[in-house]
Design a protein around this ligand. Structure first.
Ligand code: FE2
Ligand code: FE2
Length: 313
């Protein structure tokens, strides 16, 4: 049996049957008549909304949880396209595995891009000490070499293997422009580069190969600060306590209004870079994911689309 072609099966009125991956536990919501299930089928970095109206149908998902299923779907539309699941059952086979659904950015690509951005940041004040420190941090055995492999999210932007490194590299590209525009900041280039690498590093512990990690409830800011604290002596030996405390403030404050508010200029700048990078990635992905339909923004309502090429962004 084949993996369901999700973009094709979303077409309104179309009935399809095939294999789907449920990567995170769907929600149960209360509807007008009865409770219903709302969740996502995941395929190579994209999430496709599905709903199940019949309790007898969604019961099996409550019982077996995330995994590969055989689903019969109907393309539907209400405030945007989604799939109504008519029937669903656990996939009994072994030929198709979770890996067939997961997308990834090749490590060589990430390493090549890192070398290129590193060369241009060196022109803008980043010193060898910063890269030395980063090399030793990224080689720390507790990261299990997953900084270049882990996703940046399960549902949101860069939710593919390599997504965390991809998000970090895109932020460094934006930082390069910020340093070019603001020469006064270049004396703090090491602090900003090191902080950008560290801001989401706790996702290596929050997630595990694109699934929620065991202790996901202690979020990636908490886990990032815990990891940094274990490197405290090393960071202070190479820089000083002020540098170390500044990096802590970036990890704690990088979500802006959605978390501990930033308390330093560095945390505020990294927050803005983070938002610009992740929101642009998410908006473009959403438009490519549902061509022709309006994009709904949580703060701004419906957005008109922008011309885009079909290439991977
Ligand atoms: Fe974050
Ligand atoms: Fe981030």
């Amino acid at each position: 049996m084949d993996i369901l072609n999700l973009p094709v099966s979303l077409e309104k009125g179309r009935r399809s049957r095939g294999l789907v991956l449920i990567n995170t536990m769907p929600d149960i919501r209360s509807g007008k008549r009865d409770d219903f299930m709302s969740g996502f089928f995941y395929f190579k970095g994209q999430n496709y909304l599905f709903r199940i109206w019949d309790k007898d149908v969604f019961e099996i998902i409550l019982e077996f949880g995330p995994g590969i299923y055989v689903a019969e779907t109907l393309g539907s539309d209400y405030n945007g396209p989604y799939l109504t699941v008519k029937s669903i059952d656990v996939y009994p086979g072994t030929e198709v595995t979770r890996d067939d659904f997961l997308g990834g950015i090749p490590r060589e690509d990430l390493e090549r891009r890192l070398a290129a951005i590193r060369a241009s940041l060196d022109q803008l004040g980043v010193t060898a000490s910063c890269w030395d420190l980063l090399d030793s941090v990224l080689a720390d055995p507790r990261l299990e070499d997953r900084f270049m492999i882990e996703g940046a999210a399960i549902r949101h932007h860069d939710n593919v293997f390599g997504g965390l490194a991809n998000h970090t590299l895109k932020m460094l590209n934006i930082l390069r422009a910020v340093l070019e525009n603001n020469p006064a900041l270049r004396v703090s280039a090491d602090l900003l580069v090191f902080s950008i690498f560290m801001h989401d590093i706790g996702k290596v512990f929050e997630y595990h190969n694109l699934e929620m990690g065991e202790f996901w409830f202690a979020n990636h800011r908490v886990r990032g600060i815990e990891f940094l604290a274990s490197l405290k002596d090393e960071v202070i030996r190479r820089y000083d306590e002020s540098f170390y405390r500044q990096v802590q403030s970036v990890i704690a404050g990088h979500h802006g209004l959605y978390g501990d508010h930033p308390t330093t200029v560095a945390a505020t700048i990294v927050h803005y870079i983070d938002v610009l990078e992740s929101q642009t990635t998410e908006l473009l992905r959403e438009q490519l994911n549902t061509p022709g339909s309006k994009i709904r923004h949580p703060d701004f309502g419906f957005l008109q689309d922008i011309p885009l090429s079909e290439e991977e962004s």
